[in-house]
Design a protein around this ligand. Structure first.
Ligand code: FE
Ligand code: FE
Ligand code: MG
Length: 167
């Protein structure tokens, strides 16, 4: 923790830490949902989709690392146990119980849309008050927007493939 770095924050630091921890918890859930989804996946285009899910898992884990770094920098404590992730996260964990490609894509798409909404809210809350967190949220948001696009494109390809296969 750095004293001056904390002093320049123009908002309640405890509230900021709570927001950062909610995002941190969401990233772990997103990581695990992608990671397990890539292993259980079944159906058409499963190899291409699994590769994307694995890549996204890695990126979500990196987001968790960035958030943990900021939390510690501000003198906070990242959520200490996995049981805390589900409680703190604004985006629900959606277990990959049905391994069909389209179902996994839809579940992860819903997760990305929730993440985009959450990072937009974090940016709105920190704009002009904490430039470091604002910039961090923007960096992560850029990647979540990319994730949504990737999944949506794969979902469209899958639909086209299944539709063509019927003719
Ligand atoms: Fe993420
Ligand atoms: Fe994502
Ligand atoms: Mg991607």
């Amino acid at each position: 923790m750095g004293t001056r770095g904390r002093e320049i924050i123009g908002m309640n630091v405890e509230e900021l830490l709570a927001r950062l921890n909610r995002a941190y918890a969401s990233e772990w859930l997103a990581y695990y949902q992608y990671w397990l989804g890539a292993k259980v996946i079944k159906g058409p285009m499963k190899d291409a989709v699994a590769a994307e899910l694995n890549l996204h898992a890695t990126e979500e884990l990196n987001h968790a690392g960035l958030l943990a770094g900021r939390i510690l920098q501000l003198g906070g404590v990242p959520v200490t146990s996995p049981e805390g992730w589900g409680k703190a996260s604004p985006c629900p964990y959606d277990a990959p119980e049905d391994p069909y490609v389209a179902v996994l894509l839809d579940q992860n798409l819903a997760g990305e849309r929730c993440a985009i909404t959450a990072y937009k809210a974090l940016m709105d809350a920190t704009e002009g008050k904490d430039m470091v967190t604002y910039n961090l949220a923007l960096t992560i948001l850029e990647q979540e927007v990319e994730h949504e696009e990737d999944l949506q494109n794969l979902r469209e390809d899958l639909d086209l493939m299944v539709e063509r296969g019927r003719r």
